[in-house]
Ligand binder design. Structure first.
Ligand code: SF4
Ligand code: SF4
Ligand code: SF4
Length: 299
């Protein structure tokens, strides 16, 4: 469509200035083609059919007909003809897709899909809340935040710079149940529930707060007494793998945001260049290894 003839005008997003996203999201290959990494803004890691159509069109018309879905749910469209990058960005922009998710910034927040039956809290809504507050922020090095809807951790929170898991404390209505279905006992992975006649006994020290028994109970006799977030920091994937350390448990939304903000600020203040480099700064896990967790969190 001719924009001028139709009266349609669009302020073109320029690579390098879109919501703090840098030119690093566009990789120039041999001066002729670019590889483009994109994400949805406002945040979602569930893509609509309209967005998928836009990606298909771009890939077919300006690229090589290939796309890749990255581990953090960014789409990568390789080999877009350099001359068509403006057309590409315009088409994606209209569909709510922007270059992003690379380099030394808070990468795409990685969450579970909304519809998983095991989810203790609404994953996409919380992913959006985290992304709105911290997404794309410039950092000393790559920074990953992953949120899982339950302790199964499918979005790999244990190996993220900040890993968040939704957890739920279980309660038994009136402390007993006449039903003999025994589903709660069967699904519990930690032998934390016993059925003794009409009595349901919870052994909290065995419980990992996964919520499976609540989901399985057909009579709503088991419910959540409270839900919240477990927070881990300093996890990492890649050439050297690290598991995050738990720094908070059963915190609520606002506390979670405060904790993440504090960790990001401390990381920005305390990260140094790696010993052999004046270009690359430490990842969070390296800062924590150097200082110790307590000193890292101290003012
Ligand atoms: S971590 Fe839990 S909520 Fe998320 S996808 Fe896995 S099973 Fe579902
Ligand atoms: S929350 Fe999970 S571990 Fe705890 S009692 Fe229920 S099923 Fe068992
Ligand atoms: S799953 Fe619910 S209804 Fe079934 S035995 Fe357990 S508490 Fe009772």
């Amino acid at each position: 469509m001719d924009e001028k003839a139709s009266g349609f005008s669009l302020e073109m997003p320029k690579v390098g200035v879109i919501r703090g996203v840098k030119a690093k999201d566009v990789e120039l290959v041999g001066g002729k083609v670019v590889n483009l990494r994109i994400c949805a803004r406002p945040y979602s890691n569930i893509y609509s059919v309209t967005q998928l159509r836009a990606i298909k069109t771009v890939s077919e018309q300006y690229g090589s007909g290939k796309v890749h879905l990255s581990p953090r749910h960014n789409f990568e469209i390789p080999e877009i003809r350099n001359k068509r990058i403006d057309d590409t960005l315009k088409l994606l922009y209209v569909a709510g897709l922007f270059p992003g998710g690379a380099g030394t910034s808070v990468r795409n927040i990685f969450t579970c899909p909304d519809w998983c039956s095991q989810s203790v809290l609404p994953t996409q809504e919380i992913g959006k809340m985290i992304s709105t507050n911290f997404g794309d922020r410039d950092m000393p090095n790559k920074f990953t935040i992953s949120f899982a809807g339950c302790v199964n951790g499918c979005s790999r929170p244990h190996n993220a710079d900040v890993g968040i898991i939704a957890v739920g404390k279980v309660k038994v209505a009136k402390g007993n149940c006449a039903d003999q279905c025994n589903k709660c006992v069967e699904v519990c992975p930690r032998q934390a529930i016993e059925k003794n006649g009409g009595k349901v006994l919870l052994k909290e020290k065995n419980c990992n707060f996964c919520g499976k028994c609540v989901k399985a109970c057909p009579q709503n006799i088991l419910t959540f007494a409270s839900t919240g977030f477990k927070v881990m920091i300093g996890g990492k994937e890649g050439a050297s793998v690290a598991f995050g350390s738990v720094i908070a448990d059963f915190v609520k939304d606002f506390e979670l945001l405060e904790i993440i903000e504090n960790v990001l600020q401390k990381y920005q203040e305390k990260a140094k260049f790696r010993p052999a480099s004046q270009k690359k700064k430490e990842r969070l896990t390296e800062v924590i290894e150097r200082l110790g967790l307590e000193s890292f969190l101290a003012d």
